[in-house]
Ligand binder design. Structure first.
Ligand code: AMP
Ligand code: MG
Length: 347
């Protein structure tokens, strides 16, 4: 009886060894480029069966990212966004991607009750002008502009056409375009048969499947007080994580810093939230929501995240005097891992 048992164990060990030796090894391939005003990294895990397709797929991902960046940039003269802004109130035929993103932008404006709004562009322009001229915008200018702000000014028409109904309205997709680009890139990896990958567009991250060590991806969230440090870490698979905050980009007027995220309901830069991280099933959702959480009252923002289901979570840091107060949504802790177990070279 005992020798029979020993034999079974031996057979199992041999099978395990054979599987281990012949199992295709995962390797990592990654590339980075300067794009959309940030460093974008794409990394993919592949084995001998998919090796031939890696470079072509990564090239395809880059061309998609460039295409999206070009059609959604305010800096590219013939981008869809510039055309829509200049043509208003006339309609413009957009790329299918811009068209789809405009619909999503309107949706996020609706669910955040106007805290997220891509038509905030005229207010952004006012604060930008203020920072160039070193003069604070006055309340009259701020109020005058607020009537051009509101997602109801975006009209979605059939066959990829859209228009801004108000002549002085304009849009800025900066709060959502990177997330969208990351999702489109993820779709390409999946279509080409890669399920384990990471796309990081300057902190707007999506991780597909597992990392190249066959473990869930671990992502560090930077400490807004010291960017070289990580304050929290989360463990994810097939999910996005994005962080918005007032610590990296801001307007400086008369020696004071103002957030680059504007509350569309008031026309003033947001205050209080120093950093907001959102985890969601896709990057466009995470991107729009992390920007929104910087605008919303922290309790309302966290309640909104809780209402969006078990796959959505948030971690918000609120300035209280010299201290930072942490607010986490209901599902956050189950995605969090101890900092001690986080290493930057995890994948
Ligand atoms: P993010 O880094 O994703 O939070 O996006 C910030 C960018 O979104 C800003 O630089 C603006 O281009 C744009 N933005 C600012 N305020 C808002 C807002 N309330 N809703 C939508 N987009 C905004
Ligand atoms: Mg965003």
């Amino acid at each position: 009886m005992r020798s029979k048992f020993g034999l079974i164990i031996l057979i199992c060990l041999i099978i395990g060894l054979v599987v281990f030796v012949f199992m295709p090894r995962m390797k990592k391939y990654s590339e980075s480029q300067l794009l959309m005003g940030t460093i974008v990294e794409v990394a993919v895990c592949y084995d001998s069966r998919t090796e031939d397709k890696v470079q072509d797929t990564v090239d395809h991902v880059w061309s998609k990212l460039h295409e999206i960046s070009n059609s959604m940039s305010l800096q590219v003269a013939d981008s869809d966004v510039v055309k829509l802004n200049l043509a208003s109130p006339k309609s413009v035929k957009c790329s299918p991607e811009t068209y789809s993103l405009l619909k999503k932008a309107k949706y996020f404006s609706e669910i955040t009750k106007g805290a997220f709004d891509v038509t905030v562009a005229p207010s952004i322009a006012l604060w930008k002008k203020g920072s160039i001229e070193n003069v604070l915008p006055n309340s009259k200018e701020i109020d005058n502009i607020s009537r051009f702000v509101g997602s109801e000014h975006i009209q979605i028409l059939p066959s990829n056409y859209a228009r801004l109904l108000e002549r002085n309205a304009s849009i800025d997709l900066g709060g959502i375009a990177k997330g969208f680009a990351v999702d489109e890139a993820s779709n390409i990896f999946r279509e080409q048969g890669f399920k384990n990958f990471l796309i990081d567009a300057g902190g707007d991250i999506y991780v597909g499947g597992k990392n190249c060590k066959n473990k869930k991806w671990r992502i560090g969230i930077r400490d807004p007080k010291d960017k070289s440090r990580v304050t929290h870490a989360v463990e994810l698979t097939d999910a996005a994580v994005t962080t918005s905050g007032d610590y990296e980009r801001y307007f400086e007027i008369q020696g004071k810093r103002y957030s680059h995220i504007i509350d569309p309901r008031t026309g003033y830069p947001q205050k209080g939230v120093v950093s907001a991280t959102v985890i969601a099933p896709n990057a466009v959702m995470a991107d729009a929501l992390s920007t929104s959480l910087c605008v919303l009252n922290v309790n309302q923002g966290t309640a909104l995240i809780d209402a969006l289901g078990s796959e959505v979570a948030s971690f918000t840091l609120l300035k209280k005097g010299e201290e930072l107060e942490e607010y986490v949504s209901r599902n956050y802790e189950k995605m969090r891992v101890k900092l001690e177990s986080f290493s930057k070279t995890d994948y």
